[in-house]
Design a protein around this ligand. Structure first.
Ligand SMILES: Cc1cc2nc3c(=O)[nH]c(=O)nc-3n(C[C@H](O)[C@H](O)[C@H](O)COP(=O)(O)OP(=O)(O)OC[C@H]3O[C@@H](n4cnc5c(N)ncnc54)[C@H](O)[C@@H]3O)c2cc1C
Length: 427
């Protein structure tokens, strides 16, 4: 049975599959309410429901067999609180849209992911991140949440709430997030330089050399193909022989063969933060479009060893890889954040769009990284054993308790969520 709540005419706009196309949502009904009251009635009346954001996740954490609800029909809100240096936004808004409005008002977010196309609530739910040794992931900027809980009530929580650190990276399992309050900073300008052919020995220095740095490689050579250095505009540009690299003389795309036009401007041209921190422009296809992704966070101090551990399986990785990206993320206090109390080095893989070919390689990568207690990205493809996963998060049991308290009947649960967070036996 699914909810008989407000089925708006526009529910045809709710995505039936994820962006990558590897997940066809199994929901029996799709909803796009136009008011929070309608949403509350829908949630209260549904035995099984889930929110979908912009559908950029690669796994089935958000795939319900009940009602799937998009918040894209709710009124868009971007309210700046100048005194607190915070902005409250509708959860369904894309980071790219929020960023443009913030910049116009003289503000910025401290960091962004590689693409501005993702919804704020969906990105925060999976601890989406950009790069930068001193910057936390996007969830770490969350100062408050408003969510519709299982009984249809509207709950507001902030950093003073006891369980707040458990609620931010909530995997969509604690309620439907209608509004998110984010910390903001004064707007700033960034220049992006791409450098070619980095020696691995210089990886740590390269990653720490600017505001946000990404290193791209393909596991076909021990050398690292490209460094994307996003630096605040008044930092001196890299010298001609910076870390033994050479300067790219034309704009690049991280995936070889894809149009550089889709990428944010490079060659040191200054521009606002939101048009340089992501790799991809809003309005253009991000990445390749035909792909799967996996990503693993290890301790930053283990970067060189973790990368070296994959050398043994490089000949398995390379044939199914479009590109690999290496980034850093600062530690935070959020229970299910892969960066929980650990400054992180992050190994990302953009795979070919072939699940059968990719899964054995994902397993091989996880096996090689196991000594480093990797924490997988919650929105990407991974095969980690649930028992093993629970050892990687000191607050795993606390999150399971929170989940049970907020959603006692399992309304927001999905098969994959149950796999990783089994319902405690009652009685
Ligand atoms: C091309 C590409 C590039 C990417 N680059 C990066 C990157 O640079 N860094 C990174 O960390 N990740 C990256 N990702 C992964 C992506 O950021 C995450 O998967 C993110 O969760 C996607 O946000 P979304 O709005 O599409 O969420 P969805 O995929 O729609 O949903 C994700 C989860 O959030 C839940 N959810 C969505 N909306 C709500 C809501 N309103 N209330 C409660 N729960 C909700 C869903 O139920 C689901 O469980 C990339 C993905 C793609 C496709």
């Amino acid at each position: 049975m699914t909810a008989q709540g407000p089925q708006t005419a526009s529910n045809a706009d709710v995505p039936r599959r994820n962006w990558a196309g590897n997940v066809r949502y199994a929901a029996k009904a799709f909803h796009r309410p136009t008011s929070v009251d309608d949403l509350r009635r829908l949630v209260a009346g549904s035995p099984r429901i889930r929110a979908v954001g912009s559908g950029h996740s690669f796994n089935r954490f958000g795939d319900t067999d009940g009602d799937l609800v998009s918040l894209a029909g709710l009124p868009p809100v971007v309210e700046v609180d100048h005194e607190r240096r915070q902005v409250t936004v509708s959860g369904a808004l894309r980071y790219g849209d929020v960023a443009q409005q913030l910049h116009t008002q003289g503000y910025a977010l401290a960091n962004l992911a590689s693409l501005p196309h993702i919804s704020v609530a969906g990105a925060v739910a999976t601890a989406t991140h950009g790069s930068g040794q001193t910057h936390g992931n996007l969830a770490s900027a969350v100062a408050g949440l408003e969510l519709v809980t299982a009984d249809g009530d509207l709950l507001r929580v902030d950093r003073d709430t006891d369980t707040f650190a458990g609620m931010v990276v909530g995997l969509g399992a604690l309620g439907v997030v209608t509004r998110v309050t984010l910390d903001i900073v004064p707007t700033f300008a960034v220049r992006q330089y791409v450098r070619l052919d980095l020696d691995r020995a210089a990886l740590d220095e390269a990653l720490g050399s600017a505001y946000s740095v990404s290193v791209f490689t393909d596991f076909r050579s021990p050398r690292l193909r490209e460094v994307w250095r996003k630096q605040v505009a008044d930092q001196a540009p890299p010298s001609a022989d910076w870390l033994g690299t050479t300067a790219a003389d034309q704009p690049r795309h991280p995936v070889l063969g894809m149009p550089a036009e889709n990428s944010t401007p490079q060659l040191g041209e200054p521009g606002p933060w939101h048009e340089r921190l992501p790799h991809f422009k809003l309005g253009f296809t991000p990445s390749s479009g035909d792909e799967l992704q996996s990503e693993y966070h290890v301790a930053r101090s283990a970067a060189a060893d973790a990368l070296a551990a994959l050398d043994d399986v490089a000949d398995l990785i390379a044939p199914v890889l479009l590109v690999s990206e290496l980034r850093t993320v600062a530690a935070d206090e959020l229970w299910l954040s892969p960066n929980y109390r650990r400054d992180s080095f992050v190994l990302h893989f953009t795979w070919v769009e072939d699940t059968a070919a990719v899964l054995p390689v994902v397993a091989a990568v996880e096996e090689r990284l196991a000594p480093f207690a990797p924490r997988p990205h919650w929105g990407k493809v991974f095969v980690t054993d649930p028992a093993e996963m629970s050892t990687r998060y000191p607050k795993y049991a606390d999150f399971t308790t929170l989940l049970t308290n907020l959603d006692p009947t399992g309304k927001f649960r999905t098969d994959l969520l149950n796999h990783y967070f089994p319902r405690p036996l009652s009685g």
